[in-house]
Design a binder for this molecule. Structure first.
Ligand SMILES: [Zn+2]
Ligand SMILES: [Zn+2]
Length: 349
């Protein structure tokens, strides 16, 4: 497609982004052009906005930011087989090679040659995005565009919670960021017997309860969540613990609250390496540790899709703001300065 479009790009090697006019991306034979209906701000994009050390190592401007989106297929490459004009789609943020050993082992999402939209290739804070067919996921028309835009982080939550079954199990989630809040919804929708969420922001704990958490704890309250959960589980501990805060103390609490033979999923990234007693935490208590980065392509997507279709999972309480693309700055200010009350922020081009 010919013409220009608006895009929010990282151009200057300093904090902030710029809204500029650029050419509409020209698609390759294996790609489709998606007209973006909604795109979501991600915590990882905040690094690029504030231009911290991580960001300076990770991306090479100029690049259009954004990797969570949905929209309509408006142009189809010659070699594309499964998608056609008018399809309502979202995409994994990952562009995978499909041929490395890791991909062949079924772990495409941690491909050796991984590229990410809005990091390594042009992203979704724009009117259009070019997407290889291998990264696309078709959405049902029943899925509102605000939800379509958060399928990628919802997939992360689904993977972290459901990497092993949670049906009839007690589940503790540490963290109250958007993915942790999605995680509470996933655990409840998948039939957990009781969902506990440990966070630090009252408004987010309120969202967690709307998502299906049965009990929430605020670490700023005098009540010790580990002690309370141990008591509630007759001193045994929780069957499943999902660490999504990435705080050293919360990582330690995750292992303190899991039962013998239970499962801990590590998802949050700690700012620096932490030390703990692996003998007690894992070995002697036969705890299973499952690390989760991103989401399996595509069984996790199928699970998230199914939970949405069942009507048991509705991620919308987590979406707290919708703004026009032009107001991206306001969105990122909400994510940085006003972060405490901000869930997911959606931009509409
Ligand atoms: Zn993201
Ligand atoms: Zn690969």
């Amino acid at each position: 497609m010919k013409g220009t479009m608006r895009a929010v790009r990282k151009i200057r090697l300093e904090p902030g982004f710029d809204l500029v006019k650029v050419e509409i991306p020209q698609i390759q034979p294996n790609e489709v052009l998606v007209k973006i209906a909604a795109t979501a701000l991600c915590g990882s994009d905040v690094h690029f906005y504030t231009w911290d050390e991580f960001a300076q190592k990770r991306i090479k401007p100029p690049v259009t930011i954004g990797h969570e989106f949905c929209g309509e297929v408006v142009e189809v490459g010659n070699a594309v087989r499964e998608y056609k004009l008018g399809d309502y789609v979202t995409a994994d943020s990952h562009i995978v090679c499909g041929t490395c050993d890791v991909c062949k082992l079924g772990l495409q999402h941690i491909c050796q040659n991984l590229k990410i939209f809005g990091n390594d290739v042009e992203g979704s804070y724009a009117e259009y995005i070019a997407v290889p067919e291998t990264s696309l996921w078709r959405l049902s028309r029943d899925v509102p565009t605000a939800v379509g835009a958060v399928m990628e982080p919802l997939g992360g939550a689904t993977q972290a919670v459901l990497i092993e079954p949670v049906t009839a199990k007690s589940v503790v989630i540490f963290g109250d960021g958007p993915i942790a809040l999605f995680g509470a919804g996933v655990a409840a929708a998948a039939g957990a017997r009781k969902v506990y969420l440990v966070g630090m922001v009252a408004s987010r704990l309120e969202i967690a309860r709307r998502m299906g958490a049965n009990v929430t704890f605020n670490i700023n309250d005098p009540l010790d969540p580990v002690k309370a959960i141990l008591e509630d589980t007759h001193g045994i501990g929780a069957d499943v613990v999902v660490e999504m805060a990435g705080a050293p103390q919360s990582m330690k609490n995750a292992f303190a609250v899991v039962r013998k033979g239970g499962r801990v999923t590590t998802f949050g990234l700690t700012p620096k390496p932490i030390e703990f007693d692996i003998n007690f935490a894992v070995t002697l208590r036969q705890v299973t540790v499952r690390g989760v980065a991103g989401r399996h392509m595509w069984d996790t997507w199928k699970l998230a899709d199914g939970l949405l279709a069942s009507g048991k999972l509705d991620p919308r309480p987590v979406i707290t703001h919708e703004l026009p693309l032009e107001e991206f700055d306001k969105g990122f200010k909400l994510m940085t300065t006003g972060a405490r009350d901000t869930g997911k922020v959606i931009l509409r081009p």
